[in-house]
Design a protein around this ligand. Structure first.
Ligand code: CTP
Length: 499
């Protein structure tokens, strides 16, 4: 806990400094284009120390609630566990009490003077139900209040996140489908379950989302920029989104490669949040070691050429493509068939490189005059003596012809292995207004230093805006988009995409 606090303290100091520098650097110094002032998505504040109710219903996945509880506690939250009677046949209340440090009861007749059937829900900043069984979903959808958990769900006005776990047949039964629809229509976030091995020998959709993903989504929902319900709008339902993540590796010989340090965390966060918002997500993962987000189809690739094939293939059906992958710009001209040996006392061999295709630019070229799929790129920029990182970003957005460019200012992010990030999302003029695209304008949304899921949510908002604009105007992206931009500032709202 001590080192956790020290880490947080160091991060707070660093992020405060970064905010100052970041803000100062946002003024574009070049004369060739008008100044771009970037509006902020909110405060860079911590979301620790919140009151979370962890509801646990009676499924085999109840054991995973213990790991989730441990993670939420280590993030600094005060967690009250409310199990159903059936949950206590899987995990005893002593385990939940020891891990949470709070008393545990699931009935409404314990601690009656404290009026727990009302007070637990009223005090909560967030209610998570994990696992949520078919029975629990049905009782919640019907508005029953026959135990402490369902009473809490009726009382609370806090965001509610449910992680279903059940057999595939139960998940796809029309009764469960209707209950999930009802709960979502009321603003409850019902996550799609993961596909995989179930309790018996069978497998299919029905596995509970992993605790690490639930903890990430909890941090997003509790993030200070998210002040209203629904925490995760179900606004990408029926949309197909392709996300590339990680870093490509270009082989030198059978055992060596040229690579980069991208961990893939930002792309995985986008896949996680987009799937939670209803999208059908395909994640093209280049050399990552992260757990698959729930209900996301993961296709693994190694080199830039592999990645290009996989992205092009998936993009054919996609509504949006988000290129977070760090694609190597160059690869060795030749790959040695055998391991390259050093020869004593001789000069090291000179490595000849050839250029890789630009996958993003290829996607833009392939869609031609159509405005679909929406295409988003990522760029890490440092700026130089005369040009700010944001202006480099604006130039890259215009040059590449994509709809969105998420600009990380190098040195102002949490780094490759970090769970935090800061960025400015630039939008091309064509998606600014749904009625009359203005190809000479660009918009900028600043997402301050915070969890990568918060930046993911802001990217999803921008995609929703772009999809709505494309729908309203039909096809016909103008090549005028490539002209020098006039800038236009929009107020960011990372969870409330405006259509
Ligand atoms: N990208 C790509 N194919 C490449 C290189 C980059 O699709 N061969 C994509 C990245 O996934 C990212 C965007 O292009 O979404 C911008 O990447 P970046 O490396 O900043 O672009 P470059 O064109 O290589 O620009 P620079 O010269 O600044 O490195």
């Amino acid at each position: 806990m001590g080192s956790e606090h020290r880490r947080r303290g160091a991060r707070d100091e660093r992020s405060a400094e970064e905010r100052r520098d970041h803000g100062a650097d946002h003024r574009v110094r070049r004369r060739s284009s008008p100044p771009l002032r970037v509006s902020s998505a909110g405060q860079d504040a911590d979301s620790t120390g919140k009151r979370i109710v962890l509801g646990v219903s009676g499924g085999i996945a109840a054991y995973k609630a213990c790991e989730l509880l441990r993670r939420l506690r280590s993030l600094g939250h005060d967690v009250t566990v409310v199990p159903t009677a059936a949950a206590l046949t899987f995990v005893g209340s002593a385990t939940f009490e020891a891990l949470s440090g709070n008393p545990v009861s699931g009935d409404v007749f314990t601690d009656v003077p404290d009026v727990r059937h009302v007070s637990v829900g009223q005090r909560a900043d967030l209610v998570i139900v994990a696992p949520a069984t078919a029975d629990l979903l049905a009782r919640a959808a019907a508005g029953l209040a026959d135990d402490l958990l369902t009473a809490t769900l009726l009382v609370t006005r806090a965001p509610v996140l449910m992680a279903p776990a059940m057999h595939s047949e139960m998940w796809s039964h029309p009764a469960t489908v209707a209950n999930v629809r009802t709960l979502r229509s009321r603003g409850v976030t019902v996550l799609p379950p993961a596909v995989g091995r179930l309790t018996g020998a069978d497998s299919g959709p029905g596995r509970m989302a992993e605790p690490e993903h639930l903890a990430q989504l909890a941090q997003l929902v509790l993030h200070p920029t998210v002040a209203h319900r629904p925490a995760l709008p179900f606004d990408l339902d029926g949309r197909r989104i392709v996300v590339s993540a990680g870093g490509t590796r270009e082989a030198l010989d059978p055992v060596r490669f040229l690579g980069n340090r991208s961990s893939g965390r930002q792309g995985y966060a986008i896949a996680l949040v987009a799937a939670a918002r209803g999208a059908d997500v395909t994640l093209i993962a280049a050399n990552t070691s992260l757990a698959d987000p729930p209900a996301v189809e993961v296709r693994r690739v190694v080199s830039a050429a592999d990645l290009q094939r996989a992205v092009k293939d998936a993009a054919r059906q996609a509504d949006a493509v988000v290129m977070t992958a760090a694609v190597a710009d160059f690869r060795p001209a030749e790959v040695a068939e055998h391991k390259i040996k050093k020869v004593a006392d001789s000069e090291p061999a000179v490595l000849e490189l050839v250029q890789n295709p630009d996958v993003l630019a290829g996607l833009v070229a392939d869609r031609g005059a159509s405005r679909m799929p929406v295409i988003a790129g990522f760029a890490a920029e440092t700026g130089d003596a005369t040009t700010s990182p944001i202006e480099f970003g604006l130039q890259k957005l215009a040059r590449k012809g994509c709809d969105l460019l998420v600009v990380n200012q190098v040195g102002h992010t949490g780094g490759f292995e970090s769970d935090d990030n800061a960025a400015v999302i630039l939008s091309s003029g064509a998606i600014l207004s749904s009625g009359a695209p203005d190809s000479t304008e660009m918009a900028a949304v600043e997402v301050p230093f915070g969890p990568k899921t918060a930046l993911a949510a802001a990217v999803c908002d921008s995609i929703v805006t772009a999809l709505n604009a494309a729908k309203a105007t039909g096809t016909g992206q103008s090549s005028d988009n490539l002209s020098t931009p006039k800038t236009h500032v929009r107020q960011a709202n990372p969870q409330g995409a405006s259509p």
